[in-house]
Design a protein around this ligand. Sequence first.
Ligand SMILES: *[C@@H]1O[C@H](CO)[C@@H](O)[C@H](O)[C@H]1NC(C)=O
Ligand SMILES: *[C@@H]1O[C@H](CO)[C@@H](O)[C@H](O)[C@H]1NC(C)=O
Ligand SMILES: *[C@@H]1O[C@H](CO)[C@@H](O)[C@H](O)[C@H]1NC(C)=O
Ligand SMILES: *[C@@H]1O[C@H](CO)[C@@H](O)[C@H](O)[C@H]1NC(C)=O
Ligand SMILES: *[C@@H]1O[C@H](CO)[C@@H](O)[C@H](O)[C@H]1NC(C)=O
Ligand SMILES: *[C@@H]1O[C@H](CO)[C@@H](O)[C@H](O)[C@H]1NC(C)=O
Ligand SMILES: *[C@@H]1O[C@H](CO)[C@@H](O)[C@H](O)[C@H]1NC(C)=O
Ligand SMILES: *[C@@H]1O[C@H](CO)[C@@H](O)[C@H](O)[C@H]1NC(C)=O
Ligand SMILES: *[C@@H]1O[C@H](CO)[C@@H](O)[C@H](O)[C@H]1NC(C)=O
Ligand SMILES: *[C@@H]1O[C@H](CO)[C@@H](O)[C@H](O)[C@H]1NC(C)=O
Ligand SMILES: *[C@@H]1O[C@H](CO)[C@@H](O)[C@H](O)[C@H]1NC(C)=O
Ligand SMILES: *[C@@H]1O[C@H](CO)[C@@H](O)[C@H](O)[C@H]1NC(C)=O
Length: 766
Amino acid sequence: MAPFTFFALALLLVFTVPTHQAGTDGINSLVQRLIPNHASGFEFQLIGQKNDTENDDYHISSTSNGKILVAGNSISALAVGLRRYLTEQANVDIYWYIGSRLHLIPQTLPNITNPIAGSSIVPYRYHFNTVTFSYTSAFWTWDDWELQLDWMALHGINLPLAWVGQEKLLFETFSDAGFNDTEIFDFLSGPPFQAWNRFGNIQGDWGGQLPMSWIDEQFELNKKIVARMVELGMTPILPAFTGFVPRAIDRVYPNASVLIGSQWEDFSPRYTNDTFLNPSENPELFTQLQKSFISKQQDAYGNVTHIYTLDQYNENDPSSGDLDFLRNLTQNTWASLKAADPESIWVMQAWLFHSNVDFWTNERIEAYLGGAPNEDMLILDLFSESSPQWQRTNSYYGKPWIWCQLHNYGGNLGLYGQIMNLTIDPIQALQNSSSLVGFGLSMEGQEGNQIVYDLLLDQAWSEEPIDTDIYFHDWVSSRYNSGTGIGTIPQALYSAWDQMRTTVYNSTNTTFIPGVQKSVLELSPKINGIYNKTGRHGTTVYYDPSVLSMAWSLFYQASEETPALWDNPAYKYDYVDISRQVLSNAFTQAYFDFVSSYNATNGSQATSNNETDMLSTYSSTLSGILLSLDAVLATNGHFRLSTWIADARAWANDTDLTSYYEYNARNQLTLWGPTGEINDYASKVWSGLVSSYYLPRWLAFTDYITTTPRAEYNETELTGHFMSFSESWQNETWGLSGNETYSEEGDLFVVMSQLRSDWPTLFGST
Ligand SMILES: *[C@@H]1O[C@H](CO)[C@@H](O)[C@H](O)[C@H]1NC(C)=O
Ligand SMILES: *[C@@H]1O[C@H](CO)[C@@H](O)[C@H](O)[C@H]1NC(C)=O
Ligand SMILES: *[C@@H]1O[C@H](CO)[C@@H](O)[C@H](O)[C@H]1NC(C)=O
Ligand SMILES: *[C@@H]1O[C@H](CO)[C@@H](O)[C@H](O)[C@H]1NC(C)=O
Ligand SMILES: *[C@@H]1O[C@H](CO)[C@@H](O)[C@H](O)[C@H]1NC(C)=O
Ligand SMILES: *[C@@H]1O[C@H](CO)[C@@H](O)[C@H](O)[C@H]1NC(C)=O
Ligand SMILES: *[C@@H]1O[C@H](CO)[C@@H](O)[C@H](O)[C@H]1NC(C)=O
Ligand SMILES: *[C@@H]1O[C@H](CO)[C@@H](O)[C@H](O)[C@H]1NC(C)=O
Ligand SMILES: *[C@@H]1O[C@H](CO)[C@@H](O)[C@H](O)[C@H]1NC(C)=O
Ligand SMILES: *[C@@H]1O[C@H](CO)[C@@H](O)[C@H](O)[C@H]1NC(C)=O
Ligand SMILES: *[C@@H]1O[C@H](CO)[C@@H](O)[C@H](O)[C@H]1NC(C)=O
Ligand SMILES: *[C@@H]1O[C@H](CO)[C@@H](O)[C@H](O)[C@H]1NC(C)=O
């Protein structure tokens, strides 16, 4: 049907079908929040209500009294229609870390001469990885969540995880079951580690004891989050009782049959090997706890959803691979959920099938999933762009599933994207799998590279793979728009993004670098094993790094043409981000040169003047890069350690707790565990972290290398040194230790000019 006919039909419906005005309050409030000048300029009409299996559609037109009318069959459709109008007609959009730019829309709303229509190609658009709640939003306040939820609504998300604050419900469930407070606190993990506690990878808190005030306040926060999600047309996915219980189950239910989970990463048994109440052996107790948890949750949030997330074997292998054993686990867990909510649907992350391919053979997956009817589960194919599991499992043996982009590990910051896979593969999947019901985002950390997240969400409204050439161009037009009077966006910015599109954002070998990569500078220094790494957290620069030097110069050129860009928050953020990547890549190269020349000393002390000179030249290059990097990052609050720490400390309602929060915040970024169990996994190239953590490590390393003959190089000695440095850094306190420098906000123009003169080969003129 041509869009116009569709629209005419819809208009007819507007007048014949009673509309549900109450349902549009949420979207009207969103307009009031983000575009207050035009609060009455938009009109929203719900035309009927789509069901769970239908796609969304919207129609945009101008009314005779000059308003913009968005009509659609769901709130989500209205929100997407609104964003389409705002981006296409007025070049304004909303972003993570930059905020909403929607208020920059012209005083007079552009009229729609030819009505516009759009339809989703999948009924569901999903958002969040379970661990995003720890890597990115651990310390978020309601203000942060409001922006996030508006962003999600306008991007068509209608099925988000709502995973904040569940410890309150768990605590009460366990209390009612007879556990005492100490026994429950022994089980719970620290604020930025809760995700892994919730699905049974870890237990306990190596930073102290989770404060009750945290538990209460997070729960209050989630009440607001869930209510706002519902208001904005989203169906929240809420937690359920998973089966992981405090160790004291032995005391409380001496006859319960439990299983001990596997060891996770390098954690000592004290903090892992979680106790799991076997649903097959204790169906009554398991169901009792499930009902207790779910009914408390319904009391708290209302009956707003029937969709629950429940992961039992995420990076935690079942104690047996027996097919009946696996089928029974699911069957009994499913039965407990059905007893608690007869309409329940169980959402599961399929990450385990990727992360432990050896255990999860096809027949085991089939048995495990076989314990629940197809229509009662929804599977998140968590890493579809690089390691899809849906083909080998024949679409999870018929279960509904969602194509998800993971992209990011641990909130690492590298520039990275797979524009081909994001546009071509989900469309092919839709043609080849009848149980594919949605597209989604499952990033571990929601950090940079927003363009590739926008791209997949917009692909959910296009039957053809999106043409990325046009897409990037339009994205740039909205991104740097700073309102009426800015004039045109400098061509140099379009060129910079187009160059990145075909290189940095066109990673195609998914075995080689499957997601966001790190720079060597974030890793514990040593002479081998960190350079040119491939796979997860790879360090290989998979594009010609001069491309980013070129993009950098184009950004500079753009500001010469339009000096007002120095006040544009999107320009400032992106320019810092590109500078970060240029310097990070340069560090990797300088590291290689340094270690190569050390290796070339053939085992002896670097004695010849030439050798000593080379080593000391490379040493100063390495530290010089880190100092420049820290300075440029310091100009932007989103790239500062102090922001993360301040956000964590702000949760302390009692000053005694500030160092507890700060320890937790620091520990996740660095040691990740009491003694470096997954050291440097969640590393961030942030100002303050570079100067107080990475720089001292590298200075110690270059010092060691220049004074230790190659034959005497001792990695154990070096590692031991770094571990004691890291352990003491964990306990430092912001602003109190006096031995850290937190750079003040610098003037971006001054810092960028300095980069040009300090590193002419990296930041030369075009
Ligand atoms: C949803 O609506 C479509 C179109 O009206 C219909 O074919 C389908 O059976 C409905 N599905 C459900 C689950 O109600
Ligand atoms: C849009 O149309 C309305 C009524 O048709 C008119 O009053 C208004 O001036 C138009 N706006 C623009 C920007 O052309
Ligand atoms: C909780 O139970 C443990 C035994 O598991 C006991 O040692 C402890 O004293 C109890 N604590 C409280 C506060 O009752
Ligand atoms: C923890 O799990 C590992 C298997 O991953 C096992 O070898 C070890 O014995 C377990 N430790 C305890 C204390 O249960
Ligand atoms: C929510 O659902 C439960 C079980 O289906 C029911 O007992 C309860 O009354 C409902 N609560 C509300 C507020 O509708
Ligand atoms: C699985 O459950 C069935 C039915 O309850 C039972 O007969 C069988 O022994 C169980 N198998 C295992 C391995 O637990
Ligand atoms: C996407 O990635 C998969 C591997 O995960 C690969 O087989 C496929 O060819 C890629 N598709 C495109 C269009 O790049
Ligand atoms: C991305 O890379 C692939 C493989 O090198 C190439 O075929 C394709 O044309 C590139 N696409 C873009 C948009 O650069
Ligand atoms: C992709 O990378 C892997 C690992 O580095 C390599 O073995 C493979 O040959 C590459 N594939 C292509 C098509 O370049
Ligand atoms: C690093 O890896 C890339 C890609 O595999 C390769 O082309 C390059 O030669 C490697 N560099 C070094 C110095 O080994
Ligand atoms: C230096 O030597 C070590 C040990 O032989 C080796 O593993 C490493 O790859 C070498 N590094 C470079 C950059 O040549
Ligand atoms: C110093 O040594 C390097 C590597 O062996 C060599 O390339 C360079 O030419 C030497 N420089 C001088 C001044 O001898």
